[in-house]
Write a protein that binds this ligand. Sequence first.
Ligand SMILES: [Zn+2]
Ligand SMILES: [Zn+2]
Length: 353
Amino acid sequence: MATISEDRRAAYPEVETMTAAVVHDFTEPLVLETVPKPVAGPGEIVVRIEASGLCHTDIHAAHGDWPVKPSPPFTPGHEGVGIVEELGAGVTEVALGDRVALPWLGYACGMCDYCVSGWETLCLEQKNMGYSMDGGLADYAKAHARYVVRVPEGVEPADAAPLTCAGVTTYKAIKVAGTRPSDLVAVFGVGGLGHLAIQYAAIAGARVVAVDLFDEKLELARELGAEFAVNAATTDPVEYIQALGGADQAIALAVSPSAFRQAYGSLRRGGTLVFVALPAENHVELPIFETVLNAITVVGSIVGTRRDLREVFELHAAGKTRVIRETRSLGEINEAIADVEAGRVPARIVFEP
Ligand SMILES: [Zn+2]
Ligand SMILES: [Zn+2]
């Protein structure tokens, strides 16, 4: 059976090209260059990107910051949203013209214990968009049809993009935290992730205390439903939150081990600390004695499943969340990275081709 891709190639035998942001070297800026447009293989699709968010993970990927490194050259981006333009052989999960999101979990085996128990994000066979597969910071991206998530009517592409990682990651973190109505949730770091974490904690019925180093971000946190906001540059957040009775859950979203220590210190007895951010500095020291006597839970939370992302989109379509973002052109990617690293960005940068 001829696939749509093959038909297209037959009609236009010359190689089609596109613009992509490419990492060639972990110590060099990204290069915006012309590369061949991807072709959909069996089970794959090609998506014309309408909006693509910049996540801190993309910056870590471009710098090779983590123990497991991507292999240059590659294109980062795991918040790509766009229209399905090509279907590879055997694709039935989506149709041409569908709007889909291309999340971090680009592929999983679908058969292992993790995959069949709702923990596909732990699959050992997984591939990740913008890390082990080329990502969405380009005009087009190739994806596995089974691992994209349809974007419902009523969710704009530029909103869907940040929801595809920042949204699903913080939504899952609140689920993993086990937040219940009347809990006090401390959100450390009010950026692309934190501004959504505050909203999901509030949706779960919690009272929220936001911690950041910038007053503008704390103001935004209040607008989005945080009842308390602490500037950790001028006030000790541990003392402040303990004076409120201590947090039932603390969500560590700031890329600094000291924020993780503060998040730990802000917990009440029986509290849960959720590790989400991935600082380049990989270790944090936590006390054993207090962890045991206070029955503290420390848990890691990695992105979310396709189901979590569907729920995130549903909440947004229902008007329950607000995405704070600014749009830029992909040509400004290196400036955008510098701005994110310097904390000069209110929440999320979204690139539109
Ligand atoms: Zn991300
Ligand atoms: Zn699996």
